[in-house]
Structure formats: structure tokens, C-alpha cells
Design a protein. Sequence first.
Length: 565
Amino acid sequence: MSVKEPTDTEKLNDFVRTIIADDVASNKHGGSVVTRFPPEPSGLLHIGHAKAICLDFGVASEFGGRCHLRFDDTNPEVEEDEYVQSIHRDIKWLGFDWGEHFYHASDYFERLYDFAVELIGKGSAYVCDWSSEEIAANRGTLTEPANASPGRSRSVEENLDLFARMRAGEFEEGACVVRAKIDLGSSVLPLRDPTIYRILKTPHHRTGTEWCVYPMYDFAHCLSDSLELITHSLCTLEFIDRRPLYEWFLAQLDVPSNPQQIEFARLNVAYTVTSKRNLKRFVEEGFVSGWDDPRMPTLAGLRRRGYTPESIRNFCKGVGVAKRENLIQVARLEFSVREHLNRIADRRMAVLKPLKVVITNYPEDEIEQLDAINNPEDPGAGSRQVPFSREIYIEQDDFMEDAPKKFFRLSQGREVRLRYAYFVTCNDVIKDDAGNVVELHCTYDPATRGGNSPDGRKVKGTLHWVSAAAGVPAEVRLYDTLLDLEDPSDLEEGKTLLDHVRPNSLETLTDCVVEPILADTPEGTSVQFERLGYYCVDPDSEAGRPVFNRTVTLRDTWAKVAKKK
């Protein structure tokens, strides 16, 4: 993988790495480290998955081990090959590679079936005729035990026969399930005879109609880990209550290895939801344009918005691995991408809300090429030529007719610097019939070419601009967070997340003008629009008319938002 290896000091910066280091030192698992990243192919990966990916692949690399990619494809009703391909793409984009260790839970369907038969044969599992609703209704409470299903007293022979008939397709969906026989009075609710197999007659995206019985996640997951000789099964805190079940299955069966489950806090980012169910609703109900909409927390959405793999990895590293849930502010994620793009993104000029400026003493037909720095943070980035002409565009916000004293941009009678160009002074303001400012007439000082005055006079304002004669039309999309609720888990009673979707989370500007060098910039390229922020070329771009997504502003605005609250 292309990710930089950490130093020895960095390796032991969290409790997970400490546990693994101790295991290696004590020669547990023969001193080997094998982890896995086990997504379900029922949706796209999101920012929360990025933390898990960095941890799973990171610790394996740090301790000289390996990390498997395994799809837990045990629910054909929601799984698609399209998601498999997108997950492949996202993990590789993030900077990690599983090499030859690519697996599916469906690779083990026969082995998993045999394990279920083994449990039934030991009297540790049985066929239950209750529906899922009846099972839930009889689960009991924290103070009351669960009720026994009539099927719990069946003989081993009868249960084996029924399970074989389930596999043969004799029963309809929902007619019966297989449950582990553990402890109906356990204080650990997942141990109260959990379902391990159910009937589904939906074709599987890999095995077709070969199977009509499918293992439940809890059963398939730990046994797949064991079959792959996983040493450390890293998962988020919601699985901590299921660890006893994970360990019970391994203890009951003749398995090749006993992986260790270790739980860590999931990644929770303010104003962001990663629930697959909610993300799917956003897509299906038209709140976003798709799974890769730049407002989505999916890796595809972040990539389209202009986030870099390095920035996401650095963000995950900075957040760290903890045992307790907490809410990470959006500003930390934005800081990571801003810091990285500042080093690598070329500078360009773009005017998002144009106001025409006519430089009345500049030659009418002349277009002058001026030198402009590509990236002051990268001396090797060189420079480019920027065309300058009699008519240019500046931002509407950079002019104020009745400007206060501390307004250091353009106003009538004031002089400002045009970036890389000249000093100009506003002389006249042209308005339409409604009184709106539509054009400015200015004069320039030819002696200030390059933005410097030979007589030493200073101006406080420097504006970006684009030549009206050579500029290229562009569309720019300004994104805000999709939700207006800082902590999505803190919903008011009777409210849903759909009630907190911002109606103005996307502002589309269609009359923008950018430097001509940006006319055919490749999709995915990130640039800094000077004075405005970082932007990325969207796939919707057409020849000669690029579309840009704003990745992040130049400065953190969240601190101001927090103060207003």
C-alpha cells in the first residue's frame, strides 16, 4: 500500500495497538496479526468506514501482518454487485490494498451450513416455527426471561430433518428459522436463543438460486473470521453486547482458530449521519442527487466534493481510537482537507458573482499576459500566464457604493490592487433602471504592472479578477451540511432526520467566470480559487464549461457559527 508507515512511537498511540503489541510480544496467535475489513455490499462506504479501514489495514501493516477484505454478503435482499465495485474503488482510493486476500462470506456458505448442522447435532440449536414478530414478543425484558418456543423441545433428529428440508426449499419465507439454544434467562439479551438461519428465496448476487437459507450476520461473521484465521476482529462499540455470542459460537464448534474481538468507538461527526437506512432515504426521496452527492458523507461523495485520501487518513489519525463515543466537530475534518490542499492545489482566479469593470484608459483591443504564481507553498509548481484586458469581472461583494472606512475593497474614488495586474481607481458607477449597480468605470496606473507601485504608495485592498474577453463560463456549486442538527442522535420526540434537512444546503451559481486555463481541467482536479476557497472539478463538466464543487472555504467558519448559538 502507498500509505506511509508509522514510526515505533506512533504505533502504540491507542489501546487497540497496545493490545496487539502485547499479543505479538507474548506470541499469542503465533505472533501473527491478521485483521479484516468486513463491509456489507448493500450501500457505499462512508466517513465512519474510513476510520475502520485505516485501523484495520493500518495495524496489520504496522505489525507486519495482513488485512483481508471480506464482504459479509448474507442478505441477498439488499446486496448488489454495484456496491461491491464501489467499495473496491473507495478502499483503493483511500490508499489501501488487500492483495490476494479478497473473500466473501458466501465463499463459506457450505461450511457455515455444516457448522449449523454441527450445532443442531449437539443439541445446541433447533428449528423454530415462530415468526420474527413472535420471537421478538417473547424475548423477555432485562428482568424477565424469554419464553421457550415449542420447537425448543424437538429432538435432534427432527431438527436435522427440518433444517435439511429448509435448505431443499420445502418451506416458504418466514415459515421457520434456526435458533441457537443458549440461555433464555441470560442477562445478555443476544444470548437468548438468537436466530442463526432464515429462509430467503431472493437470488443472491454471487450464488444465484443455489441457496434459499442464509446465515445471520452474528453467526456468519465470527465463523468467517475463524475460517480466515483472523487474529484480531476489530469492530465498533455497538457490537460489544454481541461479543459473548461471538465467543459462544467459537467455543461450541470445531473451528480452526479463535479470533479476539476488540471494540472501539465509532466515528461520529457533527451534522452528519452515517446510518445506511437514512442515507438511502436521502437518495430515494430526492434530498440528494445520489450516493455520490457532495453533501453525502460517503467516500464517493467526499471524493466528488474534493476531499483527498491523505486528508481523510490524517483526519482519522487525528481523531484517534478510543473506547468512548464522542462527537467530532466538522471543523476538524475541514481543517484536514484545507491543510492538505494548501500544499498541493494550484491557485487560480474565479469570479462567482460577476460585476463588470471597464478600465477606460486601457487599450480596447489589447490582451496582456501577466505572470501568476501557481502555488506559493510549492516552489516547484512554477507560474502561469493570466490574460488581462480592458474589461474584467470582479466579485459583486468587492464593491460598495457607500463604503465604511474599514471597507478595504473597491468604492467610488478608491484605489485597489488587482492581483498580479495593476492598481485601479473607481471613477464612475453605472446602474440599471432599478438602481442596481451593473458596471464600474475605472482607470489604471500603467506603472504598477505586477501589482507594485514604483513610488511606494500603498493600497489596502487586493482583488481577484478574470478577463471578460478571455474568461471561461463556469458553474459553481456551494455546499453546506445536509442537516441542521449538530448531533443527529439528539432528535426531538416525534421528529425524524428528514425534518432537519436544510432546504438550502446547495446553492448553484451558473454565471461564474474563471481563468481560461481552467476550461478543460480534468475531472477530480482540486484548485484554490484565490480569496474564495478550494474547489474540485465535477464529473458534470462539459468541454469549455467546467463545473466546480466547493470543497471548503479558506478559513474555518464553524467557530463563528458556534458563537452565534
